[in-house]
Design a protein around this ligand. Sequence first.
Ligand SMILES: Cc1ncc(COP(=O)(O)O)c(C=O)c1O
Length: 384
Amino acid sequence: MYRKTYAEIDCDILTDNIKNIKENYKYDYYIGVVKANAYGHGDYIINSLIEGGINYLAASSLEECLNIRKRNNDIPILCLEKINAEYLDICEKENITITITDMAYFNSLDLTKCLKAHIKIDSGMNRLGFKDKNEVKEVFDKLTNSNIILEGIYTHFGTSGMWDKYYDNAIEKFKEITSLIDLTKIPIVHLSRSLTLVTHPKIDFANGVRLGIAMYGFDQNMNEPTGLRKIKRNMYLKKHHISPITFKNNLKLKTALTLHSTVMATKEVKQGEYISYGAKYIANENTKIAILPIGYADGLLKENENLTVKINDREYKIVGEICMDMIAVKIDDKVKINDDVIIYDDIKKRCKQIGVSAYTLLTSITTRVPRVYKEKEKITEIKY
Ligand SMILES: Cc1ncc(COP(=O)(O)O)c(C=O)c1O
C-alpha cells in the first residue's frame, strides 16, 4: 500500500463470533450474508466465517456470488436477488443457488438446468417474493418434476417485531402462503436474520438462519424500556396480541474492523486563518494541524466532522470540512509525520455519534481503502 489509509480486519474475531452464535442458537444451516463485500469487510473473510461454522453463504448479485466463489470452491452460495435466466449456465457451472421470486421469473427458467433453487416468500415487506399460495404450489409441483432441485424456501422480516405486529403477521403470512405445499419436503427453511434471531423464540418449522450484522460483531443487546415507556409498551403488546421478545442475549460478539490513516503533513495555522473548504472553520488561536489522507471518497462520511480520531492513544478533533481525499485534525507537539491514526475502532460508538446504522457505516468504506487482514500470526493486504 502506498497511501497508508486502510481498514484492518481481525479474522479471528469473526471466527469466534460465529462459534459464539452457534453455541447459543442451534440450527442446521447458518447462512452467512456476505453481500456488499461482506458488509465492507471484504470477501477475503469468508474462509474465517466458514472456519467458525458458516455452512452456506448468501450475496445479492451474481457478480458478488462469483467473487465469493473465487475464494472457496465448495461452499454453497445463495443469490438473494434474481439472476437473469440467460446467466443460468454460469450458476450451474459455479454452484450458485438461485432465488425464485415470482411467477414471471419462474416461467423464464429452463427447467432442464441442473441447478439448486430457493423460493422467496413475500411475508409483508413488498420487496421480492411470492404472495400467492397457488403460485407457490404451482412452482413447487413443477420443480418436483424438473432438473432444478428445490433446496430451500425463505422470507425476510421487515421489522424486528419489538414495537409492532409486523413480525407476528409475517410468520402467519409465511405459513399461509406456503400452506398448500409440504414444507418438510424442502431441506432448508430459513426466515430469521440477526435481529429477529436473538429477540424471538426459535421458529419451530425453520432449520436455517441468515446471519448478517451479528457475524460482524453486533449482538443486538438492548436496554429494556423502563418507567412510562415500559407501561406504554406492555399495554400496546397486550392490546395487539404481540408476542413477547427478548431484550438481552448471552452473545459475546466483538466488532472486527478498525479504520486507520496516517499523518501526511503537519502545519501551523495562524489565528484568524481558515481551514478547508468554504472558509467555515476559522482558527480562533494559533493552531497546529495534521493533514490525513482520508476523505469522503474513502467512506469517511461528512457526519464525522468535529469528531475525534486517535493518535498515539490520544484524541484529536477533526477541524474544517471533510474533503474528498483529506481531513485536517487539530494536534499538539506530540504528533509527528507518519504517525498511525485510528479514525475509529469503536464502531458502535461512532454509529451513535454520527446517527447512522452499522450497516451504513461499514458499507460506506469504499474499495479505494485497502483491507489488511489479521489471522493468527498472518497479515494479508488486499486491494479490492
Ligand atoms: C434477504 C436478507 N437476508 C438476510 C439479511 C441479513 O440481515 P442482518 O444483517 O440483519 O442479519 C439481509 C440483509 O439486509 C437480507 O437482505
